[in-house]
Design a protein around this ligand. Structure first.
Ligand code: ATP
Ligand code: MG
Length: 573
């Protein structure tokens, strides 16, 4: 990663000010995913922001699972999220769950009831909606709003004891049904939900609502800066109302439980930032799930998916993702970033780090007539043109080679600088060959090109510097290893697949050429590489040994990206 100073942004400035003024001696942040799906590249922004600030300012960042919605959550997602955060390069201070705090949150609810700030309401969901009012009309008070503290305590205890059916009662904050902010119109704090929870089993049949659980969790963990996306801006008054009435750092009834959990509470501040959106992708969990369930992709880790698992399997590096997010900055302005910027970040990172190899993805046989049938030699090639420390490797060279079919043309267009009948080209690391004959199969397709090698142009010979226009790569046919190679491209062929126009949906914009599977011929040094090792296949792009399917005896490579942005020219078509 580059060592240039961290670009400043408004949240970082708030942190700097809070540290300078002594408001906080150290900062604490958290990344709070709901374990109801896999993380995607959008989440990476929140991860980099929260963990990045904590790391930069010697603070701490927790990974907290916001698991207040037991019906939709799954331990499989919990494991995957932990792995993905690690893979991005971050380590949490503490691993927590909102459900770890169910007892604390419950005691906070009791405090609100005792203070006359919360009541049990018997309205049905539909009636609650009806009483709530609209953006332009105030709401009406629930008929249950003026229940006594004693009655509320009794009913809430019976809710908890499981006496009432799901949905029959809620605990609501008593704030202001006339507020211009609908979130303050007596929002629900607890609901009845008789389902097993992945973490607490059947210990509870009432569950706190997201907003209530979130603010209490932040406060009991001593989070100083609670960073969230812009859609929570309207929830901030409720967040602050809760903190005003629940000074968890000063509530004796919480002490034993806080001590048991080793928590040092404090008052957090919520700050909102805009989401990361990327063109040529969809990010909504619902749409990603549909792609998986309908078999339009091979799974959550399909290398075309914007999930972190997919991006990882595709071969993108965590360094490139972090660099991309850092360059994108943090603001309150909604914007859509270009996927090509992320791809460029990947190219730059891999250009510096990936070793070079030769591979042919669409093989055509080239025979060097003036070499003996038995000719075999080992050429020494640099593993990286700009980094000598990466050393060299031996590459087998012999009479029969594979070259890329598109590197030969019988009838070339103007400006074609590769091999043509009677023409010359440089074989990378070897010397100059001239095409003497073209052999065709029964169908008329070119099956072999026969050449002579100009021995005077070989390494160390007087003609070694002789110039020809084109240089092509090759692999010795006798020594090559065949490998399944998956040529990936963008999953969608339009910049805004979410834009449902003319009756079309994102499903109509899938790129039909987003994957092509070929058998490539690889230089022998690519045998036995570890899964997830990345290379530049010269002139073709960056490739990675597939993390799932690659085996030493059955190599599988994925194309990460081409060497240049092929979409820029095509105008995204
Ligand atoms: P849902 O689609 O269910 O609303 P979500 O995408 O908000 O889910 P969460 O698990 O709630 O997923 O997200 C965890 C954190 O990541 C939240 O703080 C959320 O604001 C943040 N986050 C989610 N999507 C993005 C995004 N595109 N850009 C930046 N942050 C995001
Ligand atoms: Mg969410």
């Amino acid at each position: 990663m580059s060592l240039s100073p961290t670009p400043n942004h408004f949240i970082r400035q708030i942190v700097l000010d809070d540290l300078a003024s002594g408001k906080h001696r150290a900062i604490a942040t958290r990344f709070p995913p709901e374990p109801n799906g896999y993380l995607h590249i959008g989440h990476a922004k929140s991860i980099c922001l929260n963990f990045g600030l904590a790391a930069e300012f010697d603070g701490r960042c927790n990974l907290r699972f916001d698991d207040t919605n037991p019906a939709k959550e799954d331990p499989e997602y919990v494991e995957a999220i932990k792995q993905d955060v690690h893979w991005l390069g971050f380590q949490w201070a503490e691993l927590r769950h909102a459900s770890d705090y169910f007892e604390l949150i419950h005691r906070c609810a009791l405090r609100l009831i005792r203070d006359g700030l919360a009541y049990v309401c018997d309205l049905s969901a539909e009636q609650v909606r009806d009483y709530r009012g609209t953006l332009t009309e105030p709401g009406r008070n629930s008929p249950f709003r003026d229940r006594s503290v004693a009655e509320n305590l009794d009913l809430f205890a019976r809710m908890r004891a499981g006496e009432f059916a799901d949905g029959s009662r809620t605990l609501r904050a008593k704030i202001d049904m006339g507020s211009g902010n609908i979130n303050l119109r007596d929002p629900a704090l607890y609901r009845i939900r008789k389902v097993e929870h992945q973490n607490t089993g059947d210990a509870w049949c009432i569950y706190p609502m997201y907003d209530f659980a979130h603010v209490v969790s932040d406060a009991v963990e001593g989070i100083t800066h609670s960073l969230c996306t812009l859609e929570f801006e309207d929830h901030r008054p409720l967040y602050d109302w809760c903190l005003d009435h629940l000074p968890v750092w000063d509530m004796p009834e919480l002490k034993d439980e806080l001590d048991r959990l080793g928590l040092a509470p404090g008052r957090p501040r919520q700050i909102e930032f805009s989401r990361l959106n990327l063109d040529f992708l969809v990010m909504s969990k619902r749409k990603l799930l549909a792609l998986v369930n309908d078999g339009l992709v091979a799974g959550w880790d399909d290398p075309r998916m914007p999930t972190l698992r997919g991006i990882r399997r595709r071969g993108f590096t965590p360094e490139a993702i972090r660099g991309f997010i850092r360059n994108a900055g943090v603001t309150k302005q909604e914007s859509v970033l270009e996927l090509s910027l992320l791809e460029n970040e990947v190219r730059n990172d891999l250009d510096a780090r990936a070793e070079r190899r030769m591979a042919v993805i669409d093989p055509l046989k080239l025979v060097i007539r003036n070499l003996a049938e038995s000719h075999e030699e080992l050429l020494t090639m640099a593993n990286h043109p700009k980094d000598e420390s990466r050393g060299t490797r031996a590459v087998a060279f012999s009479r029969e080679l594979w070259i890329e079919r598109e590197d030969f043309m019988e009838v070339p267009p103007k400006g074609y600088h590769r091999l043509v009948p009677g023409g010359e080209v440089r074989l990378r690391g070897v010397g100059i060959v001239r095409c003497e004959a073209v052999i065709k199969d029964a169908s008329g397709e070119v099956s072999e090109v026969h050449c002579t090698l100009d021995e005077t142009t070989r390494h160390g010979m007087p003609g070694a510097d002789r110039k020809v226009k084109g240089t092509i790569h090759w692999v010795s046919a006798k020594h090559a290893i065949a490998a399944e190679t998956r040529l990936y491209d963008r999953l969608f062929s339009v910049a805004d697949p979410d834009d449902d126009q003319d009756g079309l949906t994102y499903r109509d914009h899938l790129n039909p050429a987003s994957v092509r599977v070929v058998t490539a011929q690889l230089e022998a040094s690519l045998a036995n590489v570890a899964a997830e090792t990345r290379f530049q296949f010269e002139r073709l792009g960056y490739f990675v040994a597939d993390r799932v399917d690659h085996r030493a005896d059955r190599p599988v490579f994925n194309r990460i990206c081409t060497l240049r942005d092929s979409w820029a020219k095509a105008g995204g078509k």
